[in-house]
Write a protein of this length. Structure first.
Ligand SMILES: C[S@@+](CC[C@H](N)C(=O)[O-])C[C@H]1O[C@@H](n2cnc3c(N)ncnc32)[C@H](O)[C@@H]1O
Length: 252
């Protein structure tokens, strides 16, 4: 397949997928967000009352609404016009969130040093130019501000990874291949009418790009399900075998 990596095409792909994607989301996001990402993000964020927060790649906006309800002053951007429509429809009028259509790789309508915290949940692996997005996040943060982002774990979710199973479907072990490939790949599990594209990079590339941008790494988390979540969703027991996600907390 010849993949079209232009921004307009990427926006069209997300526009087409936006309704299907949003259907899985409650006010806690989808199941993986509820079990793995939300607890990690919230513990890394701490108290955000009166903080200026940017939700970078907000999707249908569940995080923006949680941030607002936690007392933050919230701006949210997404490059998909359909996603922005959905998030506005889902946001009650008394939640004063500044939703904008914008590309995380170039947020020139937002001013330098204007946010205390930027959160980008499961967006960075969508970006063709993640280095530009990191530069934008750095520019937008006040000195001492934090940038928290989550991605698919680059060491385990690669262009060729998945369970090795017996004929009867028993999961033997998780296979990883093509780790050092850096570039675009199709995510077979995502997308209905059109396949969604992700970008794989090695852990080294992520860390060095962040350091070269000027960030200090404050924390890295590979989320595991808590006891409470396992009680609620026992099938996540298998997530103690390898990590699906990685979350970074950076400081400017
Ligand atoms: C996997 S969804 C995550 C949405 C949201 N952060 C959440 O946790 O529910 C990725 C979102 O990022 C948006 N996105 C991808 N690349 C983007 C870019 N360059 N600029 C702005 N938004 C982008 C997509 O339109 C989509 O809404």
């Amino acid at each position: 397949m010849k993949q079209n990596l232009g921004t307009e095409e990427a926006i069209k792909r997300w526009d087409t997928f936006a309704d299907t994607y949003s259907k899985n989301h409650t006010e806690q996001g989808d199941l993986h967000k509820e079990v793995f990402l939300n607890p990690t993000l919230f513990s890394l964020m701490g108290n955000i009352k009166n903080k200026k927060v940017l939700d970078a790649g907000c999707g249908e906006g569940y995080l923006s609404r949680i941030f607002y309800k936690s007392g933050a002053i919230v701006t949210a951007v997404d490059y998909s016009p359909r996603m922005i429509e959905i998030t506005k429809e889902r946001t009650p009028n008394d939640l004063l969130i500044d939703y904008r259509q914008g590309n995380c790789e170039d947020l020139n309508t937002l001013e330098d040093n204007s946010f205390d915290l930027i959160v980008s949940n499961m967006v960075i692996q969508d970006l063709a130019n993640y280095d530009k997005a990191f530069q934008e996040m750095y520019r937008l943060l006040v000195d001492g501000g934090s940038f928290i982002f989550s991605i698919l774990h680059p060491c385990f979710i690669t262009p060729k990874s998945g369970w090795e199973k017996t004929e009867s479907g028993e999961k033997l072990h998780w296979n990883v291949d093509n780790y050092f490939y850096e570039g675009v790949y199709e995510q077979p599990a995502l997308g209905d009418k059109e396949k969604m594209l992700f970008f794989h990079r090695t852990l080294t590339s992520y860390v060095n790009t962040l350091i070269n941008t000027g960030f200090t790494i404050e924390s890295i988390v590979e989320p595991k399900p808590s006891k409470e979540m396992l009680k609620k969703y026992p099938s996540f027991e298998e997530d103690f075998r390898c990590a699906d996600f990685m979350v970074f907390k950076l400081k400017k």
